[in-house]
Design a protein around this ligand. Sequence first.
Ligand code: TXA
Ligand code: MG
Length: 327
Amino acid sequence: MTAPSATEIARAAAVLRSGGLVAFPTETVYGLGADARNAEAVARIFAVKGRPQDHPVIVHIPGIEYLQGWARDVPPLALALARAFWPGPLTLVLRRAAGVPDAVTGGQDTVGLRVPSHAVAQALLRAFAGEEGGRRFDGVAAPSANRFGRISPTTAEHVRADLGSDVDMILDGGACEVGIESTIVDCSRGVPVLLRPGRVTAADIAGLAGVMPLGADRESPRAPGTLESHYAPRHPLKLVVPAQWDKALAHSGGRRAVLSLREQPLQDPSMRWIRMPQDPAGYGHGLYAGLRALDACDCEFILVEAPPEGAEWEGIRDRLGRAATPA
Ligand code: TXA
Ligand code: MG
């Protein structure tokens, strides 16, 4: 992979300004981007993904200085979080500014905002930003660049496999470093609410907020990332706690594909086995590529060893829990 050239970045920015769709890398997962102020372009994202139109989508901005164009009220907590974690894998939900289209908020009074740190995302957002023909370009709406409900893409190859020619352009920025979607914190309700865990942990947020964020509840706005069956492979996925692992392995028959922290005990060619890194950062980085590889092999089900407890594994446990087939 060679990084996209300045010419390619400029072309991608022009595609976005003219209402087209560009898939681009971020440090979390690849996004499917459109001009966030162009409701028709945003509607195309939903059509391509096969996602319900009333779901809100994250607006990616080049830097913290673009916040006031999108949010009418930035509480001190949100500002502290933005200063601490932007650019980076954190999305803030804030009260929307006047004129923010319903297309990106799902008709809600809030908007999700994020400043990605990936160099290609940064270059694209900066090239896109500006004014032209009396129009303001200052944010790119982008959900993950996969079909609705499936595993998010962490390489340009994944995007090509999922969306192919349905997008106008794909920028290749290599494999995403974090590998799971951004942490989402709702800062519109007085107390911070953790809508989706990720690399930025509840403890990181508490460190700045002085209180632990609340978990998502029934008051929480609609968020497809919080649907139970999301991020799911095609094959049934069984999540097994470490204490049950040996038993599960011995007693489950059929063609299995395995994602484990351990080494494969004995060579068994009928079993595809991926051993994951022992650290949460390495594990997150490889998780979706691993699940995609297992899902693509000729198995009857996927057996996954649940990762350890601990705050820094929270995002990974959350995604695996959603990928698992309900018992
Ligand atoms: O890491 C990420 O966040 C990636 C990259 C591309 O930035 N994006 C991503 O987007 O994961 P998506 O659409 O797959 O998930 C975004 C989540 C959804 O669950 C959506 O409902 C939620 O963010 N969201 C967006 N705006 C919101 C709002 N105003 N209120 C509540 N949730 C919101
Ligand atoms: Mg998604």
